[in-house]
Ligand binder design. Structure first.
Ligand code: ARG
Length: 474
């Protein structure tokens, strides 16, 4: 809980040049501790490595460094256990840690900030923190992909109407439809891997903006903190937030994918479609209409995509027009990106939990797959194989569809003679291409929806996901 009293200038770690205390409201207005306290582990780890480096370089003595490093471990434990009170007077997590360190070990604590500024410190903390979040989101993406592939494996031969313009178009395998989302999530996984590489560079050592006068060893610090390299321009290092925006952008795309799938689940559970049943544990009822079972979880995921997209816009707008180097505006990167990673992780988890409980109503899906003359393209393809140009075949089938529509029948309910009256080149074997099963199974080229092709795709994904887990446990 942050207090509201204004503190004396001397109490501030930067209070030296000030005569008057900070206004109490301004303290609250400018404090970030309420949300940046979640960086405490990264802040402490970064400080400990920085401190050890200062000792290695002879800038601090080993005794000084030992006292600081031990003290920082104590502070970390206190924060972990919720024992350190937060105060707006101390602004942010960096000040809280340092000020508590001074209470614990005395003035030597003041040596920790040698060759460092909060500007390179916060940039380092955020990179470390988000790096961990990227890894967690990638694991959550895997979990959802796994759930989708498992459901697909049981539904290779389940037929669903495929839509364009939300109009019945051509029948497809339900597994094929599910694997479309696995593909989207795979691109998300790759994007996070790419941006992680750019994110994983060390800003620390850039100090306030211009670098430091001390003979520090940035490479050693980078290695100790698991960074792949250094930010090589101090001005850029302290003011770059591209990695935050890249993550927000990748997160927005994840949410777009989840939102599209949510929308489909919402449609599929509505009475007009009635294609799937969702697990009770992921739905809620209505307080007035006893018959209702609402798809709240997909609806909330669809809704939260708006929040994450909004954060991306906020971050882009935050950075636009900022002069070099650090500006306090940059403190405003935290709430949007923290909420982004929380939201994406929760939504992935919710969806991965829901997917195994999706129960397709196979009969109903199959019935719907045959509606709307969904095998008309197959009839046209049949005529093309009988040597009609596709455009001509298209026109012939158009006439046949009109006959079927006018007499309220499906294509496979028309008599052969009626078909031949439209075009005498139609033979009796045409009936074999008009069923939905035949239509699905005719599409055998890679990427198509034939059962066998989809079965191969499912096995391919199972192997790929298994290899991912094995790589992780190396
Ligand atoms: N809380 C600040 C932030 O998040 C830390 C850096 C403050 N630096 C400064 N020069 N006031 O950006």
């Amino acid at each position: 809980m942050a207090d509201e009293k204004s503190s004396t200038p001397a109490a501030k770690l930067w209070g030296g040049r000030f005569n008057e205390p900070t206004d109490a409201f301004v303290e609250r207005f400018s404090a970030s501790i309420q949300y940046d306290s979640r960086l405490y582990r990264q802040d402490i780890r970064g400080s400990q490595v920085h401190c050890r480096m200062l000792a290695r370089q002879g800038i601090l003595t080993d005794e000084e460094a030992d006292a600081i490093i031990q003290g920082l471990t104590t502070v970390g434990g206190e924060i972990e256990r919720g024992e350190l009170p937060f105060s707006n007077a101390l602004e942010d997590i960096h000040m809280h840690v340092e000020s508590r360190l001074r209470e614990l070990i005395g003035p030597v604590a003041g040596k920790l900030h040698t060759a460092r500024s909060r500007n390179d410190q916060v940039a380092t903390d955020v990179r470390l923190y988000l790096r961990g979040e990227v890894d967690r989101i990638r694991r959550a993406l895997y979990d959802l992909q796994k759930a989708l592939v498992d459901l697909a494996a049981n539904n290779v031969e389940t037929i669903l109407p495929g839509f364009t313009h939300l109009q019945s178009a051509q029948p497809v395998s339900f597994a094929h439809h599910l694997l479309a989302y696995v593909e989207m999530l795979e691109r998300d996984f790759g994007r996070l891997g790419d941006l992680r590489g750019r994110m994983n560079r060390l800003p620390l050592g850039s100090a306030a903006l211009a670098g430091t006068t001390f003979a520090i060893d940035r490479e050693w610090v980078a290695k100790e903190l698991g960074f792949d390299g250094l930010c090589e321009n101090s001005l850029d290092a302290v003011s770059d937030r591209d990695f935050v925006i890249e993550l927000a952008s990748a997160a927005s795309l994840i949410m777009v994918h989840l939102s599209r799938f949510s929308e489909e689940l919402i449609l599929w559970t509505s009475p007009g479609f009635n294609f799937v049943e969702l697990p009770d544990a992921y739905c809620t009822g209505s307080s007035i209409m006893p018959q209702k079972k609402n798809p709240d979880v997909p609806e909330l995921i669809r809704g939260r995509s708006g929040r994450v997209n909004g954060h991306l816009m906020a971050l882009l707008t935050l950075m636009k027009g900022l002069p070099l180097a650090y500006n306090r505006d940059l403190q405003e990167d935290k709430e949007p990106i923290f909420d982004t990673v929380d939201t994406v992780r929760d939504c992935l988890r919710a969806m991965a939990g829901l997917v195994p409980g999706i129960a397709p109503r196979k009969e109903r899906m199959l019935e719907a797959a045959g509606e709307g003359f969904s095998t008309a393209t197959d009839l046209a393809d049949y005529l093309v194989r009988r040597n009609l140009p596709f455009r001509e075949a298209h026109a012939v089938v158009g006439r046949i569809v009109r006959i079927a529509e006018e007499s309220s029948r499906d294509l496979d309910q028309l008599e052969l003679a009626e078909l031949q009256a439209v075009d005498p080149r139609i033979g009796s074997e045409v009936m074999d291409v008009l069923s939905v099963e035949a239509s699905v199974n005719a599409r055998t080229a890679i990427g198509g929806t034939a059962f066998e092709t989809v079965g191969t795709a499912v096995t391919g994904w199972q192997d790929r996901l298994r290899a991912r887990v094995e790589k992780r446990s190396d």
